[in-house]
Write a protein of this length. Structure first.
Lengths: 258, 258
């Protein structure tokens, strides 16, 4: 299978490395940034690369767009016409973005948080796929199954909600860790001391639904502690977050009182 | 060491079981609820128990109060006078709550989220201790060191902030998992598919500071996605949470623009 990889950022790199491990080295890598394209090409054993979208090979079997949503709009009209399958990797972009340009298209959405500094085991990443015809859906299912043990089908409507759910479970959660780190640092306490609690909180929900795992002052609606803790927060935005989430916890667990 | 355990809830039970594993079975368990007291006593090989605080032995070496903050206020004045060391296990209660009743007191605060349905390895739980004299601080340090590999000293002021930080990292985080679960369930998607992302998000911050681990539309301040995602949330409270945390992420990572 001749794979053309459009993009050389975090996700593109992780994907390329996972493909390479399965003997599927991309036939060409594109990035608008020479440096990024060259680095990824080197990592893949000096596979061909280009910074000119018009020079992307037209005989690819699969074109994977692992780029920012905004870049997708720019690049799609400029890809040389071809008969390959086009897929993007984004949570919140409808597969129909491809319709004006090709009649074979789909999505391969790996739901994970990628940072340059950290390796991830791609086989553990849930991958959500869809395509606009059954053959291509099967092709993507096979390919995704080589990369990951967790392949799901999800249509574009579901994928939007997956991405939204992931923002809550990952991006927002990580920001709460950031606020926690800030509180600790301001009082001479090590963030490291919080890691067992963070890990247990994450581990618990593999065993029980999160609503059942809820603990703390807000679920008891312990006004005494809630008010004391709010008063400790000098930053108005942090105080607002504290108050709003406490209210939401209370409402979730005591629907009759709200 | 003769230990008197006041309380028979989640924390009291975990603590008692951890003490028992070190050969330190409580000499007496107190709970206002007969059923709870009897159950915990049975679990500890039928150690003595009582539901009458006036019948708690007066010759204990250590009185551990593992009860709700509000119950602490009720019970302290009714404990038979004794010369033991009194400690509570609460995050947000000053050690000086004991001063009117005894001159030997302190705190042993295990920072973890306890649920009945789930066993925890006490040796991995950070335990924060303080006492009002050096001898008792050393005694608590020894005892805590038997139960956990992670013993820290923290005064009452620091402990308040530890508890506050833990509310962000655990209670609030778990609520975000709950909201994530709600979004997925409403669209026929399994919460299980989110677990690798949840675990990776927690694991990342053992390797890099959470601010550095931040990903997602809010840190890029991708207005297009932020607005689309807000529009997907029909619940006003969830929309408010989405908007507020996105704003806080943006402010944290782009302080100049705010």
């Amino acid at each position: 299978m001749k794979i053309i990889l459009i993009g050389a950022g975090n996700l593109a790199t992780r994907l390329a490395v996972a493909l390479q491990a399965k003997g599927l080295v991309p036939a060409c890598v594109f990035s608008r940034t020479e440096e990024s394209a060259r680095q990824l090409s080197e990592r893949l054993g000096h596979c061909p690369y280009t910074t000119d979208i018009a020079h992307v090979p037209a005989d690819g079997d699969l074109y994977i767009f692992a780029i920012k949503d905004s870049a997708l709009h720019d690049l799609l009209p400029r890809i040389p016409a071809n008969r390959g399958l086009w897929v993007h990797t984004a949570g919140s972009v409808d597969k129909e973005i491809f319709r004006p340009f090709t009649n074979r298209y789909g999505v391969l959405y790996p739901m994970q948080t990628f940072s340059k500094e950290r390796e991830v085991d791609f086989s553990e990443i849930p991958v959500f796929i869809e395509a606009n015809n059954q053959n291509d859906a099967d092709l993507l299912h096979d390919l995704a199954g080589k990369l990951s043990n967790k392949v799901y089908r999800a249509d574009s409507e579901q994928r939007k909600y997956l991405h939204l759910a992931a923002v809550f479970a990952c991006n927002f959660t990580n920001h709460l860790y950031t606020l926690c780190d800030r509180i600790l640092a301001e009082h001479g306490l090590p963030f490291e001391s919080m890691l067992p609690l963070i890990h247990e909180t994450a581990a618990k929900v593999a065993q029980m639904p999160p609503a059942q795992a809820q603990t703390g002052p807000a679920i008891r609606y312990d006004r005494n502690i809630i008010e004391k803790q709010e008063a400790l927060l000098s930053d108005p935005l942090m105080r607002e977050i504290y108050s709003l989430i406490s209210r939401s916890i209370h409402k979730t667990h005591n629907p009759k009182n709200n």
